[in-house]
Design a protein around this ligand. Sequence first.
Ligand SMILES: NC(=O)c1ccc[n+]([C@@H]2O[C@H](COP(=O)([O-])OP(=O)(O)OC[C@H]3O[C@@H](n4cnc5c(N)ncnc54)[C@H](OP(=O)(O)O)[C@@H]3O)[C@@H](O)[C@H]2O)c1
Length: 344
Amino acid sequence: MTKVILVTGASSGIGLALCERLLSHDPEGLQLCLACRDVQRARDARAALLASHPTAHVTLVQMDTSSVSSVIGAAQEVKRRYNRLDFLYLNAGIMPNPHFDVKAFFRGLFSSRIVTMFATGGGGILTQEDRVTADGLQEIFMTNLFGHFLLIRELEPILCHAGLTSQLIWTSSSNAHPSAFSVDDIQHRRGTQPYSSSKYACDLLSLALNTHYNKQGLYSSVTCPGFVMTSLTYGILPFFPPFLWTLLMPLFWLIRILTNTFTLTPYNGAEALLWLFKQQPESLDPQAKYQSSTSGLGKNYTQPRKVLRNPHLCGDKTCWQGCEPEGQSVWCYVVGALQHHPGQ
Ligand SMILES: NC(=O)c1ccc[n+]([C@@H]2O[C@H](COP(=O)([O-])OP(=O)(O)OC[C@H]3O[C@@H](n4cnc5c(N)ncnc54)[C@H](OP(=O)(O)O)[C@@H]3O)[C@@H](O)[C@H]2O)c1
């Protein structure tokens, strides 16, 4: 039976590499739908995929995850085309106007957190300037999380079928930090790390989605692609010319010996996303984040990591059970936002 797969943010980077890898894995047995905000970039992506897989089924749908009406319109179109969806990859994401905090970087450089800082971009070295969308929501929260949640709700009739399973697969980040997130400010209106907050909220929402949907055969997992050179990464240092990034590659390969999260290429970064495609969803751990990893010798593999933790509730670095109430808070917040939103 052919599998129907929808990938958001498929026009570039990890999303496009995932589509390429899915088609290489099974060129004939998939119906792939690329959900992209920019129609021309989507057409270019489709043409590139068909150039290497001429017989593949690849369609496009225009969707901007930062707009309520665009997501609803795209979902209606998807429901018209397909009566069932096997995989929904929630990959589109932004980290706009990033600022590199040099002070935090040097503090991390001379501390015991140096490897974690390089591996996750944590320690407050990255801050962003957010803005409010036409729908009145914070743009980063809307693009990375809420637009995707709205999509899931709208696609529920083709995701939930008696006796069959479907999978939601989020591209989260190791930059998802509990320290950047607050249940009192889920959209992160007041802080300076909206990207980190939105990704942590995605991790929490995935927990809640499993609680609410597993009985209906719908399973949710989160992944981290590692540190990948894409337009999102280049945006961190916009004044850095591309050739300087190329010059840094030998340094990054050396760092990869210390931390296997330096996956570097979109192909490697898509490893965990593809690995999940091959798993039985019932066998997956809802509390794990599936990490794309690349060894110093360039071998790709997927590592499940128990990264959801709530030190405030548990007082224990490795404890994750305490996150369930926070997941429920995110769930209640987004369900409430759906009900009150004028676009609905
Ligand atoms: N690169 C990394 O090191 C890294 C690490 C951790 C997590 N991630 C996550 O990986 C995912 C993919 O990012 P990437 O690194 O591959 O960067 P990318 O090349 O910039 O890809 C981002 C994709 O998201 C799409 N997108 C952005 N805003 C959108 C919107 N409002 N509506 C619909 N699509 C939208 C982009 O479309 P356009 O082509 O129109 O811009 C693009 O296709 C993101 O969720 C990111 O947070 C990346």
